[in-house]
Design a protein around this ligand. Structure first.
Ligand code: AKG
Ligand code: FE2
Length: 226
């Protein structure tokens, strides 16, 4: 899949959009590799982890490159804030190294401790009351996470590996994308998946794709019956 993308990139200069997202088609519809991933090992893993069927809320592919302005967005400490059952799967198409921005992740127990501190200090509430927009609100939380992580002894996990590594993490684990150094780049697919009461609607994915629509599903039965 990475070879195909790189071949495309060599002739096309708009394979990825300004945010780094692949924009030459829905990745489920475009890449048989993505379908095989869920038909095979990812599907087996998810059914075992959830002890149920699974469904895909969204999937995308993106390329991370060095940003001279410094870490931004998901490269800052955050939790995704979706329902607690949401698992993120990151499928690393390229190798991931500290230099090219391997993701960093806290243990769940450390994430919970920091959320407890956040609640005790009223940081989230203060941010909602005193700030005007979501970017500022996010920054207040990021500052709080930065400080909480810096002053504690908690360990930061940063798995690195050759291409093909798959990371699974609870969407509310505190994490951040690594920051690619100059001249380094990283290609990954990211999927948000949920447990499902009905078998995975693969044919609907093939028909409609798995691009992100809304931020979070309002209903655990989203997509059922398609
Ligand atoms: O690009 C990264 O490593 C971070 C990804 C991330 O924050 C997410 O998928 O929720
Ligand atoms: Fe995230």
């Amino acid at each position: 899949m990475l070879e195909k993308i790189k071949t495309e990139e060599a002739t096309d200069h708009d394979t990825f959009d300004a945010s780094g997202a692949y924009q030459k088609g829905d990745i489920y519809q475009t890449f048989p590799e993505v379908r095989a991933f869920f038909d095979g090992p990812a599907g087996d893993f998810l059914r075992a982890a959830f002890d149920s069927d699974f469904k895909i809320f969204f999937g995308k592919c993106y390329k991370s490159v060095h940003n001279p302005d410094g870490p931004a967005g998901s490269q800052q400490w955050h939790a995704d804030g979706g329902p607690g059952t949401c698992v993120k799967l990151m499928w690393c198409l390229s190798s991931v190294t500290e230099e090219n921005g391997a993701m960093e992740c806290l243990d769940w127990s450390d994430s919970l401790r920091i959320f407890e501190q956040e609640r005790a200090t009223g940081t989230g509430i203060k941010a909602s009351v005193t700030t005007k927009n979501n970017i500022e609100k996010r920054q207040v939380k990021t500052d709080f996470f930065n400080e909480a992580i810096a002053k504690s002894q908690i360990s930061i996990n940063q798995p690195t590996a050759d291409e093909g590594m798959v990371l699974a993490f609870l969407n509310n684990t505190i994490h951040r994308g690594g920051f690619p150094e100059e001249g380094h780049e990283r290609y990954v697919c990211i999927f948000a998946v949920y447990p499902s009461a009905v078998p995975t609607p693969f044919s609907s994915y093939m028909e409609n794709g798995i691009a992100k629509g809304i931020n979070y599903p309002a209903d655990p039965a989203f997509g059922d019956g398609n």
